[in-house]
Design a protein around this ligand. Structure first.
Ligand code: NOJ
Length: 515
């Protein structure tokens, strides 16, 4: 074990979607004051770092991923002073805080874009990507936006007669990173936050910032899919090397974790560079959509090691986030939590940095959102339901009704109900986090896949003489294993402290101490 492992390799991150976490002022939308009042709960849970989805001023066309001012806080969430206070309180409790940086696009209400679209000769015209229509009036390329579905990634601005590029909504125009003024402005934003003591950034769709300014048409099989998933341009790496240098120039091991959503998948490893680009990267959406199948997970673990190993890259593990159905819903768990509990053991014992999405530790499913309450243009409301804090309605969301309905069983799944139940999934997450923190082999040790029966994923984590086997039975039947040792933790709480019997119930995971 290397005692000098950076904190972001040892840490477990906890993603907070601020609108849905905790409401301090009773307006039905979560805010910084609400979050600040819950920090002690997060310390009790045992996570190490918080990632806050965007809290900046925004018209909220994409719920904050359309930023109209990178250096302030939306009044809905609080103020800059409240953010400073939150960060100070978090740091005082040993929690790091990273913010979401959205460098690929701004809001169409951002003063930069307002100026850019004002005229063809505006001083900021070339901060964004403006092009003339083709001779027949059509957009410069066939690229498709991520949402709304099946729409073009180009919008014609009637006043100036040119198209502007947007990989997401028309209200999210893409910046032109080939313009050094844009790079300098975004680096200024990063300095602003780093100087305020932020520990780093989760960087939104960072594989998109470099662009081929000849805009070649997408070809089959990508021409009918959102352009963002196949987008690749070499210049992104140059930009990332510069951002890495900037972040590393600050004391205290600041870090970048990039959202990479790439096909072909193995390309995601390139964004680690040779240890000189991103500190960490998400392999999305492939990892999230890995089915509950031991063979598929085995392949995933082996692939990640093969892709990242030569670069010295450290993996990340994610089961849920604010863009995809929650894993308890997606993995088609039964009536019980069994599968979500086994998945928690997997997530928190694999070699790499895990990212939890607030609410998964409560075993939340997606909310069923009636058509009249749908608000997201990307159809992602279900996984963004408010966290139920208290057993009694309105579950800690005093005052106005929360902006989205609760997920099923809010009383039984509330923090209050589960904190008092040693057998709850919340208690399991807490025990797993404590075990991981106290066990160098699990936190940062070596990893080796082990042979196992069909339907079982088995791997060893080791640090010196300390050796643990992790066994995950994804199958529908009981499985056997000849691994010997003592059960340190089991996803169903059975057999802990006893010698491993060799039998693994369906949808169950065990941590077995070998050495
Ligand atoms: C990825 C973010 O996670 C998602 O929520 C957002 O809509 C897009 N990037 C655009 O910023």
């Amino acid at each position: 074990m290397n005692p000098d492992t950076p904190w972001w390799q040892r840490a477990v991150f906890y993603q907070i979607y601020p609108r849905s976490f905790a409401d301090g002022n009773g307006d039905g939308v979560g805010d910084l004051a609400g979050l600040r009042a819950r920090l002690d709960h997060l310390v009790w849970l045992g996570v190490d770092a918080l990632w806050l989805s965007p809290i900046y001023p925004s018209p909220m066309a994409d719920f904050g991923y359309d930023v109209s001012d990178y250096c302030d806080v939306h009044p809905l969430f609080g103020s800059l002073a409240e953010l400073d206070a939150l960060v100070a309180d978090a740091h005082a409790r040993g929690l790091r805080v990273i913010l979401d940086l959205v460098p690929n696009h701004t809001s169409d209400q951002h003063p930069w874009f307002v100026e850019s679209r004002a005229s063809r000769t505006s001083a900021k015209r070339d901060w964004y990507v403006w092009r003339d229509p083709k001779p027949d009036g059509s957009p410069p390329s066939n690229w498709i936006a991520a949402f709304p579905p099946n729409t073009r990634a180009w919008t014609l601005d009637a006043k100036t007669g040119q198209y502007y590029l947007h990989f997401f909504l028309p209200q999210q125009p893409d910046l032109d990173w080939s313009n050094p003024e844009v790079v300098e402005a975004m680096q200024g934003v990063m300095r602003f936050w780093l100087e305020r003591g932020i520990d780093g950034f989760r960087v939104d769709v960072v594989h998109c910032i470099g662009k081929d300014l000849t805009f070649p048409d997408d070809v089959e099989p990508f021409s009918r899919l959102p352009h963002v998933i196949s987008h690749y341009h070499e210049s992104t790496h140059r930009h990332l090397r510069a951002l890495r240098k900037l972040v590393d120039s600050y004391a205290g091991e600041r870090m970048l974790v990039g959202e990479i959503a790439q096909t072909p998948e193995e390309r995601f490893a390139r964004y680690y560079g040779q240890g000189d680009e991103l500190h960490l990267a998400f392999d999305l959406p492939h990892q999230i959509y890995t089915p509950w199948d031991a063979a598929k997970w085995r392949e995933r673990v082996a692939n990640l090691e093969a892709w990242l190993g030569p670069r010295g890259g450290w993996p990340t593990w994610v089961l849920s986030n604010h863009d995809t159905p929650r894993h308890r819903t997606r993995l088609r768990a039964s009536e019980t939590d069994a599968r979500a509990r086994a998945a928690a053991v997997l997530l928190l014992t694999l070699r790499g940095t895990p990212f939890l999405y607030a609410g998964e530790e409560l075993g939340l499913e997606d909310a069923v959102v009636p058509p009249a309450r749908v608000v997201d243009p990307g159809g992602r409301d279900g996984c963004r339901a408010p966290v139920p804090w208290e057993r009694a309605a309105p579950h800690g969301w005093r005052g106005a009704e929360p902006w989205l309905p609760f997920a099923p069983e809010p009383a039984a799944r509330s923090v209050e109900a589960q904190r008092g139940d040693a057998g709850s999934i919340l208690a399991l997450y807490r025990r797993l986090l404590a075990l991981r923190r106290a066990t160098p082999a699990l936190q940062r040790g070596a990893q080796r896949l082990l042979d196992a029966a069909e339907g079982v994923l088995a791997f060893e984590r080791s640090d010196g003489a300390e050796r643990y086997a992790v066994l995950v039975n994804t199958g529908a039947a009981e499985a056997q294993s000849d691994i010997a040792g003592r059960v340190t933790l089991s996803s169903d709480g059975r057999g802990e402290g006893a010698a491993f019997s060799g039998r693994l119930a369906p949808d169950t995971a065990l941590v077995v101490r070998r050495g």
